[in-house]
Design a protein around this ligand. Sequence first.
Ligand code: URA
Length: 209
Amino acid sequence: MSKFTVLNHPLIQHKLTIMRSAATGTRNFRQAANEIAKLMVYEITRDLPLKDVQIETPMGKTTQKVLSGKKLAVIPILRAGLGMVDGVLELIPAAKVGHIGMYRDEKTLKPHEYFVKMPSDIDQRELIIVDPMLATGGSANMAIEALKKRGAKHMRLVVLVAAPEGVKKVQAEHPDVDIYAAALDECLTDNGYIFPGLGDAGDRLFGTK
Ligand code: URA
């Protein structure tokens, strides 16, 4: 079973409340999404491996640490996942970005893949999949499946708000993919929205509808 972790840092919780409020406009919603993504990535990269390197400071020779191990890539699930990419890249500017386009059929709530463009070496990268909402788990599972089909081996899923149903579904189908959320909410509504959630993340990020 994969790990499910709620990152309840006070700054993350505060910014998430801003996002949840219906009174928050596009600009502040977008800003908070990127800021939370940045804070979350800071938290989840605590376990990145380090190696020793010899360098010379202006004072003389010394052995210090640099990152070792796999390079990273951030994979937003379109469209709403785009709202988290800049925040991640602020901390990991050299990360590559792969895009995966999924849309949810409004009637069946089933996800459909319509676009996938990945770095050529995703099999050798640690992938950070980002999507603000983990609702039914259908899109996340389909995205993970699409990545595995293309050779991806190491990935984590980073969401802002998760529903218990979505967490269960991803854990059941992908026990190798750890999930990180800023909050675990109560439930899904009949039309597939998370309650209390924050509404439609894509529409709120891009000012559509
Ligand atoms: N997608 C959203 O944007 N919001 C939800 O509550 C569920 C899925």
